[in-house]
Design a binder for this molecule. Sequence first.
Ligand code: NI
Length: 435
Amino acid sequence: MKTLIKNIDILTMDEKLGQIQGGCILIEDDEIVFAGSEADLGEGADYDKIEDGRGMLAIPGLVNTHTHTAMSLFRGYANDLPLMKWLEELIWPAEDRLEEADAYWLSLLAIAEMIRGGVTAFADMYMFMEQTAQAVLDSGVRGVLARGLQGPDGKSHNRLEENRILWENWHGEGDDRIQVMVGPHAVYTCGPSYLEEVGDLARKLGTGIHIHLSETRQEVDNCIKEYGKSPVRHLYDLGLLDGHILAAHCVHLSSEDLDILRDKDVRIAHCPASNLKLGSGIAPVREMLDRGITVSLGTDGAASNNNLSIIKEMALAALISKGAEEDATLVPASIALEMATSYGARALGLEDTIGSLSPGKKADIVLVDTHKPHYQPRGDWATHLVYSGHSGDVDSVWVNGRKLMEKKELLTIDLDRIYSEVENIYNKVMGTGNG
Ligand code: NI
């Protein structure tokens, strides 16, 4: 099956192709086979279906490299608190009332929100991840999933085993849309011996590790008090940074930490909205980019954001670095867009698969409706998208060549069903106890 999307402007995020005015994209099955001008496509090109994209801007599917989809239940719950108080007093007790089957609907709610905002791939770390995997499979989106791990305690070996089984059941499923990593929560919830076991499992499975790292000053201070070193150095000494590491936050870093992250090619999920909302601080993005560290963008869960918009994170990533460093040249729109696309793909280890609209890559494509006042006058699409855009501008979305949204209508997800299921779950989890 060949589909031609024509009459579109294109931000390819491909170094050679650049920005294309009035071009077209040809999809064959799950792959992009051409992106460029119609003249270059040639008259002999054949296709089964034409989509007229007039007034649309095509961009690669956006990548959300750190979230907890099932936490969509806690949107609007426990606001305006610092991280530890928020976790210990409100989020963790409420999580104890969640049941496994709930996670399917909560994950679908988050996935629906992400697709509507042009996010086609995300990294998730949480419990009940088999349910999230099913939601990824059913919705058609792309997910890199990890079972959140804490320990040692009475259940920590079960959690490791669940992560292993998750990998066995789901890694490569959905035509490779689903990948599985190992998900140690953080250095303050995982002891050193447990982290070593986590590292062993990741090596055995040949997969990466997704972890929260140096999110708050308190995390760093406590780690220094307990182990005499920073969380980054602590992980380094435990041999945990040797493979593919996706580290969320990385707000409080010494220059030694930054050098370690560069030397070990750790990929960062920068989560500006969550860091601002929880009062955690502002990550040293300039220092990371200067060292050539891969910085991608994550929303974190809906409880600490409160939405899952990567378009919003792009704007924040650009704006807060400028303000914090008193330097307007920092994180230009073009780099913010790289963070949301090609760097995001690299953060997930999917740089050969997604992240740009290049021939040979999977057809994860987003059409943004630019026929709106805030995109006029038509001009530099990267700055328009980053500084003026919002999630509601997304019109159509393809993942792996399959259309998941058409003219703002989700094709694989029944929103009314999700709303009613989520309301039942909300009443069950929040309606009793002290929530
Ligand atoms: Ni998180």
